[in-house]
Ligand binder design. Sequence first.
Ligand SMILES: [Mg+2]
Length: 215
Amino acid sequence: MIRALLFDLDNTLYSEATGLETGVAQRMNQFVAELLGMQVHEAMKYRREQAKPYGTTLEWLMREKGFTEPERYFSFIHPNGEEGCLEPDHVLRLMLNEIPLPKAVLTNAPMDHARRILEKLDIADCFVGVYDIWFNNLLGKPNRDAYLRVLKSAGFVLEDTLFIDDLPKYVKGYIDLGGPAILKDELNRFPDLPCKRITTIYELAAVLDEMGISA
Ligand SMILES: [Mg+2]
């Protein structure tokens, strides 16, 4: 029985077609290029390969490159105004408000970014909690403690909490713990993954309806 919802933020609660996350990824590549003295195109490839075993690029830089300035990293990749490409989403707001379950957000981004995005989408008050990367001591998804710490704080039970994220490795982390999860696979990139998939967040109400949770 699903009794709560736990959402990823970026590219899950808004479409990747907004380009917001593309901008974040470009700034990550630029940051890594400057930090490691590379060209941006080299840094892009290097980051993609090297950061893979880690939950985030920041985790990789801190563990492997002796990087110690997470605040500087976050303010570079999440500048003021980054949310300019988003619009208030009244359809999403209505859908969330009609789903009679408590909802929280678990993001590997910092709180400034999360607040900015949720406020711009006009859905900030739809959630009982928003948990950022600092809440998880900079060790976010897919580390098991990241999920468990958030569930505990929100008062949610793993087996009863549906997790929705657009990255397979974060969805897998939750499923491996024993929780139910859905992959938001906007461009149908992962048809072979053995989990429930949706292409837009607006499909969530119908999925819950199928599971017997009606708005
Ligand atoms: Mg995401």
